[in-house]
Write a protein that binds this ligand. Structure first.
Ligand SMILES: [Zn+2]
Length: 268
């Protein structure tokens, strides 16, 4: 007999209960970064400190969800958005410029059209996944996600890809689009095309609508499959979670037992 699956809604999507039952792209990325920290989060032993960047991100997202969602968000976070003497804090002024940049571009707005914040689940590679799609357009069989970044053309070193990559690969957005595409396939029986609408924090902001060469997804599926077996065992408590020894959680709970040869400093 199979256990009844937890039905996901916008209210419980980010709950610990949902995170325990389902994998998500952010949880997968968190496991890749540090198993110990991810397990501490799942066990309730550690809570991520609140980050301003996260609130700015939600603010920008809400602006494209609906006027009501944006208004509700602004009221709820009034004290972090507005200075006591009037005006907004600079991060939110920057967000306003990014929002305006996208809203005044008809092609970008076209790319963001669709049903907002749709939740889907599917079993992939033997585990349950949950996704929440920013914007999905069934008529065009496409979905899109708004991403903010420093600079469209900045290069980042990547061990995963063993080379220089753009912010899209560096932040795991190809992985995200690949998983979303697969979960949507399982639910709707059709292959939807992903797009990223990107806008930068520069003044004035730069912008682009990005598509993906199909061949990129296969690499991501193989990568996920390769990593998932160990992750599933760690999550189930069958394997001891490995510490990255670099993140805030590991630094804060570190106990030294050994010395490091200096070469290990840049090769781990
Ligand atoms: Zn760590």
């Amino acid at each position: 007999m199979q256990k009844e699956k937890l039905a996901l809604t916008s209210l419980n999507y980010h709950s610990k209960e949902a995170d325990l039952e389902y994998f998500s792209v952010s949880q997968f990325k968190s496991f890749v970064e540090c198993e110990a920290k991810t397990m501490a989060k799942l066990n309730g032993d550690y809570t991520e400190p609140p980050s301003n960047a996260l609130i700015v991100g939600s603010y920008t997202h809400a602006a494209f969800e609906s006027d009501e969602a944006f208004q509700a968000f602004t009221e709820q976070h009034n004290n972090v958005i507005f200075k006591s003497r009037g005006g907004k804090y600079s991060d939110f002024e920057c967000a306003d410029r990014m929002i305006e940049t996208i809203k005044s571009d008809p092609f970008a707005m076209f790319a963001l059209e669709g049903e907002k914040e749709q939740i889907y689940t599917a079993n992939l590679w033997g585990v349950e996944w949950k996704i929440k799609v920013d914007s999905i357009h069934h008529g065009r069989m496409s979905f899109s996600d708004l991403k903010t970044t420093q600079d469209l053309h900045k290069r980042y070193w990547s061990d995963k890809y063993n080379g220089w990559v753009s912010f899209v690969e560096s932040w795991g957005y190809v992985l995200q689009m690949a998983i979303y595409r697969r979960v949507i396939q399982e639910n709707l029986g059709q292959t939807y095309t992903p797009y990223i609408v990107a806008v930068t924090k520069e003044t004035p902001p730069n912008k682009a609508i990005l598509h993906f060469d199909e061949s990129r997804f296969e690499f991501e599926y193989e990568y996920v499959e390769m990593k998932l077996e160990r992750m599933t065992d760690v999550k189930a408590g069958k394997l001891e979670p490995a510490r990255c020894n670099k993140c805030d959680y590991c630094r804060g709970s570190k106990i030294l037992k050994d010395t490091l040869e200096i070469g290990a400093l840049i090769h781990e």
